[in-house]
Design a protein around this ligand. Structure first.
Ligand code: FE
Ligand code: FE
Ligand code: MG
Length: 171
């Protein structure tokens, strides 16, 4: 545990930060797995572009899990030790893919990112001017989640527009 490093935290209980970060940690593992399995089961037109994006996002979520775990340890906490706890403590839950079509998968993934953005923006607010190190970390993660939403939405729009133009030319 970083003793002097943690003494600079003011106006917020370290235990509260640890609890909040563990919930985000659960979200990151579930997001990682959701992207991983979506990239495996996805079907349909232009799926290769989607697979590339899903795999890139899976890698980002795993990197976020690492960042959050390391910060929990610095604060003197213990990251969740059992996968059962991921579902117990998650903010955003887990959306198992049930429709494997590209557009449906992208819609699920966009919904997940929107939840991640709202979760991290709350942690940014909570740590602002109180815990600068956590604040910087969650700000970086938040920027990644905003980029994720944008990438998925752009891909979703390209694919749906392409499908529309196919329908028109078939008429
Ligand atoms: Fe993430
Ligand atoms: Fe994300
Ligand atoms: Mg991306």
């Amino acid at each position: 545990m970083a003793r002097v490093g943690n003494s600079i935290i003011k106006g917020i209980e370290i235990g509260e930060i640890i609890t909040t970060l563990n919930k985000a940690y659960a979200d990151e593992w579930l997001a990682y797995y959701q992207y991983f399995i979506e990239g495996k089961v996805i079907k349909g037109l232009m799926k290769d572009a989607a697979i590339a994006e899903l795999n890139q996002h899976a890698a980002d979520e795993l990197r976020h899990a690492t960042m959050v775990a390391d910060r929990i340890l610095q604060l003197g906490g213990t990251p969740l030790l059992h996968p059962n706890d991921w579902l117990k403590y998650t903010n955003c839950g887990y959306d198992a893919p049930n429709d494997f079509d590209v557009v449906a998968i992208l819609n699920d993934a966009i919904k997940g990112e929107q939840c991640a953005i709202s979760t991290y923006s709350k942690i940014v607010e909570m740590t602002k001017n109180k815990d600068i190190v956590t604040y910087n970390m969650v700000s970086q993660i938040l920027a990644d989640e905003v980029e994720h939403e944008e990438d998925l939405q752009a891909l979703h729009d390209d694919i749906t527009e392409f499908l529309e133009s196919l329908k028109k030319s078939a008429r």
